[in-house]
Ligand binder design. Structure first.
Ligand code: PLP
Length: 320
């Protein structure tokens, strides 16, 4: 039997205060329902299908030294995802760009991690028909973050291959950037159990797919390769393919097996959250010489160089 005195959390202002505490959130600005808000006030309904069913698509673009990097490609992927999921946001591409510019400008972060999100939303009747839900657009800008920290960027990440299989494309289309991450998060815990820092997980054919928030590349005998399918077509991955073509570094999109990784001279991962990041150990085995390889170093340099190139980046008016 319970009575009022044994229900500990109801009406406890110190618990509510924890949720209001701004220090629980990174500094930044979000856009929701036509308003710009501090991150601590950007909240969605518990009835949103985005939360209840992972029914959402999103994209993350970064801002480096006051400029968006390859914003057009991120917008293409986001609007493509909306169409495939039959969602609509009532904002044009130009209006989304303005919202993102405003989030970054108001946040004051010259280097920022910027998300645009559309959730299925909710319906007033809690209808089970997704067509009744009112789709919800959200955006936010917080400080830039990276998969790899400064030490890991210098000496290379230590990665473990998890036997977890990435959700197959026949179930969830990987070209729609999505929050179906239970496989990736399980992979992360498997990696931590093996004393590694992050994970790679397999595709349903037993080849390497991708990791939690990144694509992967292997280099052998001067030839760069990355999984061709069953993965998110990352914009950083695209950038590496483009840079390789420009620099005439041989590159191929093809199946990458576990043996291909163990036999590689160099491995690196790619993400908007960190760019091109070296990997020097897989399952506690050193890759190549055990230190960051020359092709990886070249691609890291070339990738960051392009952040001030007007062909690859767009200035944010607040900072000019
Ligand atoms: N793969 C997955 C599953 C991701 O979530 C991400 C980024 O979040 C990537 C790859 C890398 O994509 P991008 O280079 O566009 O950040």
């Amino acid at each position: 039997m319970s009575n009022a005195s044994t229900v500990p959390t109801v009406g406890r202002p110190e618990i509510a205060a924890q949720y209001e505490d701004n220090s629980r959130y990174p500094s930044g600005i979000a856009y929701m329902d036509g308003q710009y808000l501090p991150m601590s006030q950007a909240k969605i309904s518990v009835l949103d299908w985005g939360l209840l069913h992972s029914d959402a698509t999103y994209d993350t673009v970064h801002v480096w030294d006051g400029r968006f990097f390859r914003l057009d490609l991120h917008l293409d992927r986001f609007f493509n995802g909306l169409e495939k999921l039959r969602m609509s946001i009532n904002l044009s591409r130009e209006e989304v760009t303005t919202v993102l510019q405003n989030c970054v400008g108001l946040s004051g972060h010259r280097s920022a991690y910027v998300e645009m999100i559309c959730t299925r939303g909710s319906s007033p009747t809690f209808s089970r028909d997704p067509r009744d839900a009112i789709n919800r657009f959200i955006a936010f800008a917080i400080p830039f973050g990276s998969v790899a920290n400064a030490e890991q960027l210098k000496r290379g990440l230590h990665v473990a291959i998890s036997s977890t299989v990435r959700i197959p494309p026949a179930s969830v289309d990987p070209t729609i950037k999505n929050y179906h991450w239970l496989d990736l998060v399980k992979g992360l815990y498997d990696a931590y159990d093996q004393k590694a820092e992050t994970a790679l997980i397999l595709d349903f054919e037993g080849n390497i797919a991708e990791g939690p928030g990144f694509n992967v590349f292997a280099v052998r005998g001067g030839q760069v390769s990355t999984p061709a399918k069953n993965v998110l077509p990352g914009i950083t991955r695209r950038s590496v393919l483009d840079i390789c073509s420009e620099l005439q570094i041989p590159v191929a999109e093809k199946a990458v097996s576990q043996d291909d990784l163990f036999g590689a001279d160099e491995i690196f991962i790619t993400s908007t959250a960190g760019g091109v990041m070296p990997v020097t150990k897989v399952n506690e085995r050193s890759i190549g010489t055990g230190s960051v390889g020359e092709i990886t170093k070249t691609l890291m340099d070339e990738y960051w160089k392009r952040h001030s190139d007007p062909k690859w980046s767009t200035p944010i008016s607040y900072f000019s």
